[in-house]
Design a protein around this ligand. Structure first.
Ligand SMILES: *Cc1c(COP(=O)(O)O)cnc(C)c1O
Length: 388
């Protein structure tokens, strides 16, 4: 593995932490029961493990265990939140508000609802990637049923003002959903203090396994109505049918438990690495930081580079580092990033961009090597362009 590029794509996915894997393993072959089997010990022990995991995950966001709905990931959680609320509140209103820089797993369900006749307002962001709260307030209408604003952006790492958004929505009796796929285990989240009604999370961005997520659905003050999108055995209080997957669920809880225990120290460490890399890179002219300088995920550095071709830059960096320019799930390499375009960048500058996603297993020495190699690559590409 020594010659493989340094992994700096932690917003796309992360490796499973060994401690997480160890917690998961017994649930494949030994404690393999179906948590819904209520007549024997195989079912009981699986159910007990799921309940413990639910307790951990609920505690991580200050929720209760009845408010946790397991899904296959954040994509499904977002779809369930948005479509499930749209259906359940249809008679109250058909207006939804979201933001330009959301993940496609929020934007696309909203577009789908628009095709069914719902009205969707997609708010712009400011130059630093933050939502303008005055604009949100103006966009709220009597028929607005849902506001969906992500906690942390997957490209530029920007952290939206959740508590302020939650307060605005609660005052107007509009439900507030947040996609916290990038935020869980990286920044503190509290559904009470932030007045969040629905929250999506996923395990694989926080050193847990792929294929498991959670939708938090508020049960009190207010109780959120939800139309299920998968019908069947009636698991998860009817909100999401399908046999629960104990190894993934146990792994998710372990991953979040570790991340929260290490959150303070790890944030400090990652902020230092980010500053180190930015200081190195900004020695060059024509390098721009995308997104707010401090209100961002500790491990996120996103830059635009003037005077180089975006595809050539990524190709040049690839032998030494695994980075990407935009969201992995939408890597139509030819299109400029929707998120960077939303910041007001010209298409060209948005295209020559690099997202460094640093995480638990990156060292200061790695980041130094990355900085040196990136500077050399950019300089060499610029020399080539100036020759033609
Ligand atoms: C990764 C990601 C998703 C999708 O999550 P999956 O669990 O892979 O479906 C949704 N939203 C954001 C912000 C993400 O970063």
């Amino acid at each position: 593995m020594n010659n493989r590029p340094i992994y700096l794509d932690c917003h796309s996915t992360t490796p499973v932490d060994e401690r997480v894997l160890t917690a998961m393993l017994p649930f494949f072959t030994q404690h393999f029961g179906n948590p819904s089997s209520i007549n024997h010990v195989y079912g009981w022990e699986a159910e007990a493990a799921v309940k413990q995991a639910r307790t951990t995950l609920a505690g991580a966001i200050n929720a209760s265990i009845e408010e946790i709905v397991f899904t296959s990931g954040a994509t499904e959680a977002n779809n369930l939140a948005i479509k499930g609320v749209a259906e359940a509140y249809f008679s109250k209103g058909q207006h939804i508000i979201t933001v330009e820089t959301e993940h496609s797993a929020v934007i696309d369900p909203c577009k789908y609802l628009r095709s069914l006749g719902f009205e969707v307002t997609v708010l712009p962001v400011q130059k630093d990637g933050l939502l303008d709260l005055n604009q949100l307030e103006k966009a709220l209408r009597p028929e607005t049923i849902l506001v969906s604003v992500m906690a942390a952006n997957n490209e530029i790492g920007v952290l939206q003002p959740l508590a302020e958004i939650g307060a605005l929505c609660r005052a107007r009796e509009v439900l507030f959903h947040t996609d916290a796929a990038q935020a869980i285990g990286k920044i503190p989240l509290d559904v009470e203090a932030m007045k969040i009604d629905l929250l999506s999370m996923t395990a694989h961005k926080v050193y847990g396994p792929k294929g498991i997520g959670v939708l938090y659905v508020r049960r009190r003050h207010p109780r959120v109505q939800m139309s299920p999108q998968l019908h069947g055995g009636g698991q998860e209080r009817g909100m999401r049918s399908g046999t629960l997957y104990p190894p993934q669920i146990v792994g998710f809880a372990k991953a979040v438990e570790i991340a929260l225990a290490e959150l303070d120290a790890e944030s400090q460490r990652l902020i230092q690495l980010r500053q180190q890399l930015w200081q190195q890179l900004s020695q060059l002219d024509g390098i721009y930081l995308n997104g707010h300088p401090t209100l961002r995920l500790p491990g996120n550095l996103n830059i635009s580079v003037e005077g180089v071709d975006g595809a050539a830059l990524l190709l040049g960096l690839q032998p030494v580092m695994a980075v990407s320019s935009g969201a992995a799930c939408s890597s139509q390499a030819t299109a400029p990033s929707r998120v960077l375009t939303a910041l007001g960048h010209s298409e060209k500058l948005a295209y020559a961009s690099v997202r460094f996603g640093m995480g638990r297993f990156n060292s200061a020495a790695e980041i130094e090597r990355v900085g040196e190699y990136a500077i050399a690559t950019i300089s060499s590409l610029r020399r080539q362009t100036s020759l033609v």
